[in-house]
Design a protein around this ligand. Structure first.
Ligand code: FAD
Ligand code: NAD
Length: 367
């Protein structure tokens, strides 16, 4: 009975095959889906273990083997989007003929609900750390060459560090290195750097430890998670972003993606809530972007401003929202994204419902 239900709900069964030349081994995954891209597959090669996880809707299809022969560290991943085919090209260490790909490992060649796959981690090296505000830093981590992983727009990962003998895990949302970085879909392969904007809380459990890492030290990074679906942006005309503090982080890629890839887009407005001017992340970049791209507007709202502040003040409120959320036409397709401290997000959601925005027009980022 359970198997029957699964079979009905899970996507039509993916499969894989492999072939070789003297120097290469190519693994081909047939997803039988059209909406597959370079974000859909996560590949890790460690010692002799090779693991490729293909995310298809709420399911993961795994190719997981102990390879029969040694391969070189780097490999390439190609996706033929219109037929949903993924090719992973491995380089043999020695030009011998392989009789088999390898021994099956856990969940090899099976499709399982994504929530049951568990978080898979790889160790990434801290490459740089830059001050952004008095307490927020831009961290750059480098993926190992034996990993292919791209974090989809709107998704987060978990970072893991051993702290006093226990492994501690917290979620963080990757950003681009700046608001002006090139953003093309599909993202080029070999994208080995992941950037994070992280606020350090002196009394916090995890962030002081992260801040103590030296360049060259390692942090474990999980596979991506999250329920933002990029197709929510298709044919969008008005995009409203309501961010508080580091709740700005998911907005970075959403903003970049929408401005670059959504031709129907007329307007993107960010309302950015912070305590003081000193807390505003990437303020000058936001102002420059608004100057450069007339579709984009930014408004800062401070909850603890100094007496010199002449802009908007206070917490999120119906008055602020009804003034800010003006559609470019009565029928325009709208999306409102919301992210920040839990009370901010909860109050904001309620206010948006009271303003008659429908569920489909609102996305809140949470864990
Ligand atoms: P914590 O130990 O959790 O403490 C945080 C603050 O609360 C400190 O000031 C601490 O003193 C105070 N505090 C702790 N416990 C109590 C208590 N019982 N009573 C009163 N005060 C208390 N953060 C980012 O900076 N960047 C991101 O991109 C980002 N992305 C996220 C994505 C998701 C999906 C989620 C859910 C969260 C994200 N966060 C992000 C937040 C992040 O996961 C951590 O919560 C944050 O870094 C704090 O971790 P910490 O262990 O250092 O602090
Ligand atoms: P902060 O304490 O600096 O506050 C920023 C602003 O949030 C304030 O100026 C205020 O406008 C608003 N705010 C704070 N408390 C509020 C309350 N009780 N009611 C209404 N509005 C309130 O924020 P921070 O320290 O940068 O924290 C950011 C939060 O965003 C964290 O809780 C973090 O976990 C969360 N976050 C979540 C995600 C996600 O779920 N995807 C991603 C990034 C950050």
């Amino acid at each position: 009975q359970v198997t029957d239900t699964l079979a009905k709900e899970s996507p039509s069964s993916p499969s894989y095959d492999w072939f070789q030349t003297d120097s290469l081994v190519t693994i081909v995954i047939y997803t039988k889906q059209k909406d597959i891209n370079l974000d859909s597959v996560i590949v890790d090669h460690r010692d002799d273990s090779f693991r490729a996880e293909t995310v298809i809707k709420d399911y993961s299809y795994l190719v997981h083997v102990a390879l029969s022969h040694e391969i070189q560290e780097d490999f390439s991943v190609l996706v033929v989007e219109n037929v949903g085919k993924i090719e992973i090209v491995l380089k043999k260490k020695e030009n011998t003929s392989w009789k088999r790909l390898g021994h099956p490992q856990e969940n090899h060649n099976s499709i399982i609900p994504k929530k049951d796959t568990g978080l898979f981690y790889r160790k990434c090296q801290l490459v740089s750390k830059e001050d952004v505000t008095h307490d927020t830093k831009l961290f750059c981590l480098m993926l190992p060459p034996s990993t292919h992983l791209q974090v989809p727009v709107g998704q987060h990962v978990y970072l893991k560090l051993p702290i006093t003998g226990t492994e501690i895990v917290k979620p963080y949302t990757p950003v681009s290195d700046s608001l002006f970085s090139e953003f093309k879909e599909p993202v080029l392969p070999n994208n080995i750097y992941i950037y994070f904007l992280i606020k350090i809380y002196p009394a916090g459990f995890f962030t002081p430890e992260l801040d103590h890492l030296q360049i060259g030290d390692y942090v474990s990074v999980s596979n991506p998670e999250g329920n933002f679906i990029i197709s929510q942006l298709q044919e969008l005309e008005d995009l409203f972003l309501l961010a508080a503090g580091t709740g700005f982080t998911p907005m970075v890629k959403v903003l970049n993606y929408a401005l670059t890839n959504i031709p129907s887009l007329r307007k993107v407005k960010l309302m950015f809530f912070n305590k003081t001017e000193d807390d505003i992340i990437w303020r000058s970049q936001l102002e420059k972007l608004a100057f450069k791209d007339k579709r984009f507007e930014v408004e800062f709202v401070l909850s603890a401003p100094t007496s010199e502040w002449s802009g908007k003040q206070g917490y999120i409120s119906p008055a602020l929202l009804s003034e800010f959320l003006k559609r470019s036409s009565d029928t325009s397709k709208v999306l409102i994204c919301l992210c920040g401290p839990t009370p901010f997000t909860e109050q904001g959601m309620k206010m948006l419902h009271d303003l008659n925005f429908s569920k489909d027009e609102i996305h809140s980022f949470t864990a």
